[in-house]
Design a protein around this ligand. Structure first.
Ligand SMILES: Cc1ncc(COP(=O)(O)O)c(C=O)c1O
Length: 396
C-alpha cells in the first residue's frame, strides 16, 4: 500500500485523474506547460511507488536535513495556557523550516527528468533558501523570484540565497509579494521548460503540485503522529494546528492525522484569509479560494509574515473546509506578535512569524474554547531568526 492510500474516507488521497480534490484543483495552464506537468506527474508517480526513491529521499533528509525533527512538550507554556502543548519542531530542520522536505523531493525528481536547472518563487524566503540549498547540494543552477517588498523585509534570506549560489530576481509588478513572484516564475517556466524544473513551494498551482507537495510533506505528519502517540501513551492529540499560507506545512501535518479523531485547524492570517474571506476562482493554474473583488480581480493580501501574504490557498484545503474535516480560523498581526514573544520567553524558542499564527490561535482559544487539559499539537513550521529584524521594528 502506498502512503497515499492510507487515509480512509476519501480525504487526503490522490486527486482524481484531472487533478481535482472534489470541486477544487485541476490544471489550468498554457498549452506549453501541460506536457511539463504531465511529465512531472508521471515521474512523481513512478518515483513515489519506488522504495529506492523513498530510501534516498529519507536518507538525505536524515543525514543532511536533520530529520526526524523532535516533538517538544512545552511544560511552562502548557501550565500558563491550561492545555497540554506539543510542538512539532520543523524549525530544527536544516535551513530553518519544513520547506526543505519538499525541495529535496523535487530536486531528486529534477535529476530523474535530466534537467539541470531549477526555478522557484518565494515569499518569506524560506522556500527560496531551501531551493538554493538543494541546488547547491545537487549541482543545479538556481533562479529565485521574489517580490520587492519581501526582498526588503527578508534581506537576510536574500543574502543566504546568493551565498548559496542562486540568482535572486526582484519582482516589481503588482503588490510586489508572493502572488507576483508566482506569476513571474510561471512566465519564466514557459520560456525554459525543456531544461528547467519549476520547484513550486507549496500545495498549490496546477496538478500534480498540490498532491505531490502534500506527499513530500507528509513526513511531518507521519513523524508527528508516531511521536505524539509515544508521548501521549498511544493517544492522538485532541487538536492538530498549523499555519496556512499556500498550505504545505498544514497539509503535510494533516495527512498524518486525517484518519484520527483529532480536530484539524489551519490558521490563516486575517489579512490573507482565502478561506475566511475568499471566493472560488481560477488563479496560478488551480481552482481554489482567492481574495477577489466584485470584478474577479485578485485583491492584495496583507500579513506581518511574508510567508502568509498570499491571496489564495491550496485546493485540497478548500476541499477539507468544504467537507468540514478541517477548520480555518484567522488571527491578526497583534496576536501574532504576542505569541511570538510568549513562546520565546516561556520556552526559549523563537518561532517564525508564520508559525506564531498557529500558536496565537491556541493562545486565544485556550482562554475559552479549548477544554482545560486538552492536548494540542502545533507544527512549528520554522524558526524566527529571519523575522528578528522586523520584530525589532515592531517591538523596539
Ligand atoms: C516558516 C514558514 N511557515 C509557513 C509558511 C507558509 O507556507 P505553507 O502554508 O506552504 O506551509 C512559510 C512560507 O514561506 C514559511 O516560511
Amino acid at each position: 500500500m502506498s502512503p497515499t492510500d492510507r487515509a480512509p474516507g476519501g480525504l487526503m488521497r490522490e486527486p482524481d485523474p484531472t487533478g481535482r480534490f472534489g470541486d477544487f484543483g485541476g490544471r489550468y495552464v498554457p498549452e506549453s506547460l501541460v506536457a511539463a506537468c504531465m511529465e512531472l506527474e508521471q515521474e512523481f508517480r513512478v518515483a513515489w511507488a519506488d522504495p529506492a526513491f523513498h530510501a534516498e529521499f529519507e536518507h538525505i533528509l536524515s543525514s543532511y536535513g536533520g530529520r526526524p525533527t523532535p516533538v517538544t512538550e512545552c511544560a511552562r507554556l502548557s501550565e500558563q495556557l491550561g492545555v497540554r502543548v506539543l510542538l512539532k519542531r520543523e524549525d530544527l530542520a536544516h535551513t530553518g523550516s519544513h520547506k526543505l522536505n519538499n525541495v529535496i523531493g523535487q530536486t531528486l525528481l529534477t535529476r530523474r527528468m535530466g534537467k539541470g536547472r531549477v526555478l522557484a518563487e518565494t515569499g518569506a524566503g524560506q522556500h527560496g533558501v531551501a531551493t538554493a540549498t538543494a541546488a547547491a547540494l545537487f549541482g543545479l543552477e538556481c533562479l529565485v523570484f521574489m517580490g520587492e517588498v519581501d526582498v526588503e523585509r527578508q534581506a537576510l534570506n536574500v543574502f543566504r540565497m546568493r551565498l548559496l549560489g542562486a540568482e535572486v530576481r526582484t519582482v516589481t509588478s503588482g503588490s510586489r509579494t508572493l502572488k507576483d513572484a508566482v506569476n513571474e516564475a510561471l512566465r519564466e517556466w514557459v520560456a525554459c521548460v525543456e531544461t528547467t524544473h519549476y520547484c513550486l513551494g507549496s500545495v498549490m498551482g496546477p496538478h500534480p503540485y498540490p498532491w505531490m507537495v502534500r506527499e513530500l510533506q507528509r513526513i511531518v505528519g507521519d513523524e508527528a503522529r508516531d511521536q505524539c502517540r509515544q508521548i501521549l501513551g498511544g493517544a492522538d492529540p485532541d487538536y492538530v494546528v498549523a499555519c496556512v499560507g499556500g498550505g504545505s506545512n498544514a497539509a503535510g501535518t494533516f495527512a498524518g492525522f486525517v484518519d484520527t479523531p483529532a480536530r484539524l485547524v489551519g490558521v490563516e492570517a486575517a489579512g490573507g484569509a482565502a478561506i475566511g474571506h475568499g471566493v472560488p476562482g481560477v488563479v496560478h493554474g488551480m481552482k481554489s479560494f482567492f481574495l477577489q473583488d466584485e470584478a474577479g480581480q485578485i485583491l492584495e493580501a496583507h500579513s506581518i509574515s511574508a510567508g502568509l501574504d498570499y491571496p489564495g490557498i491550496g485546493p485540497e484545503h478548500a476541499q477539507l473546509a468544504a467537507a468540514g474535516r478541517a477548520e480555518y480560523p484567522q488571527v491578526g498581526d497583534a496576536e501574532v506578535l504576542e505569541a511570538f514573544q510568549l513562546l520565546s520567553r516561556t520556552e526559549g524558542i523563537i518561532p517564525a512569524f508564520e508559525s506564531a499564527h498557529a500558536l496565537a490561535w491556541v493562545v486565544r482559544e485556550a482562554r475559552w474554547a479549548i477544554p482545560a487539559g486538552a492536548t494540542v499539537m502545533i507544527t512549528l513550521s520554522g524558526r524566527g531568526d529571519k523575522d528578528a529584524a522586523q520584530a525589532m521594528e515592531h517591538l523596539g
